[in-house]
Write a protein that binds this ligand. Structure first.
Ligand code: 13P
Ligand code: ZN
Length: 294
């Protein structure tokens, strides 16, 4: 929702890694670079799918596992900034974050000009930007970081969080009946067996809250305990995954099912959907997990 865009740069001169005689944080760090390349690849898919109008959507990835001593000693290039909430499990963690107001289609080509690396400070309530440029993180940072905090707390190995605006899923969220517990999950699972297989936890529902708010973060957190993908009513979805491709894939298969439902409806009939027995068989034969696998 932030109006900042890629042409509105920070006006006061700010130090950058470049200014300190350093190049990009990605230089000579192939594992970190591969992570950011995956983010850029997914950002391109989001744009191609029509889910990322203007600055729509955001991505954060916990990159702490790639952090070395040199990174730990990098001086901040921003002021100390508040998260808006206190997240005790994030002390000393590092995240790549899409910039607020930045476009996915730009991030796909220039990830380090349209996103930045942040360090969470010891108070667990604030952060600084450390690389490569002073790109202010997404306005949905409270929701993203609250989810990462929960993932760490619960011992999960998931590292990525995605928020996007998938057209058919958002359209379905405009119907009150669809938002009743379990209704959308059952309907989407019943459209095609693969939805059940690749989004086995289904879709959680978060009633409408103001974008970027701590209330939205708290409501998201309540649902992310049970679901990898949650619907933000009349807004979009939020998903977590082992990496950003995993989070994207889960949204993609759910939205594909929504699209099949919509196609049947626009052909003039309500699709039958797979039977409960057929769905149970898929769950049993493929031994689908009922909770987050790792
Ligand atoms: P940002 O540009 O701040 O990431 O916001 C986009 C968005 O989708 C808000 O919900
Ligand atoms: Zn949004």
């Amino acid at each position: 929702m932030n109006k900042e865009n890629s042409s509105s740069k920070v006006t006061t001169p700010r130090p950058t890694r470049e200014g300190q005689g350093g190049g990009s944080i990605l230089e000579n760090r192939p594992a970190l670079k591969a992570e950011i390349d995956r983010v850029a690849e997914v950002a391109g898919y989001l744009w191609q799918k029509g889910w990322a109008e203007r600055n729509g959507g955001n991505i954060t990835v916990n990159i702490t596992q790639h952090v070395d001593d040199e990174i730990r000693h990098m001086p901040p290039i921003s002021d100390v900034l508040p998260i808006g909430t206190t997240l005790p499990h994030l002390r000393g963690c590092y995240f790549y974050c899409k910039g607020t107001g930045r476009r996915m289609r730009d991030l796909a080509r220039w990830p380090m000009q349209n996103g930045s690396v942040i360090r969470i400070l010891d108070d667990c309530a604030s952060y600084v930007i450390i690389a490569d440029e002073v790109v202010m993180p997404t306005s949905e940072l409270p929701s993203h970081l609250a989810m990462h905090n929960y993932l760490i707390e619960s011992g999960s190995r998931y590292k990525a969080s995605l928020h996007t605006h998938p057209i058919e899923l958002v359209a379905m969220s405009h119907n009150k009946g669809m938002l009743r517990p379990g209704v959308m999950t059952r309907l989407l699972w019943s459209m095609i067996p693969e939805t059940l297989a690749f989004a086995p936890l289904g879709l959680g529902i978060v009633p409408y809250e103001l974008p970027g708010s701590v209330r939205l973060a708290e409501a998201t957190l309540r649902q992310i305990r049970d679901y990898d993908v949650v619907m933000w009513e009349k807004h979009g979805v939020c998903a977590v995954g082992q990496d950003i491709m995993d989070a994207f894939d889960q949204v993609d298969v759910l939205n594909k099912a929504a699209n099949i439902y919509m196609c049947a409806k626009s052909m003039g009939f309500t699709p039958d959907g797979m039977t409960d027995d057929a769905m149970r068989e898929v769950q049993d034969v493929f031994k689908l997990p009922k909770k987050r696998p790792c």
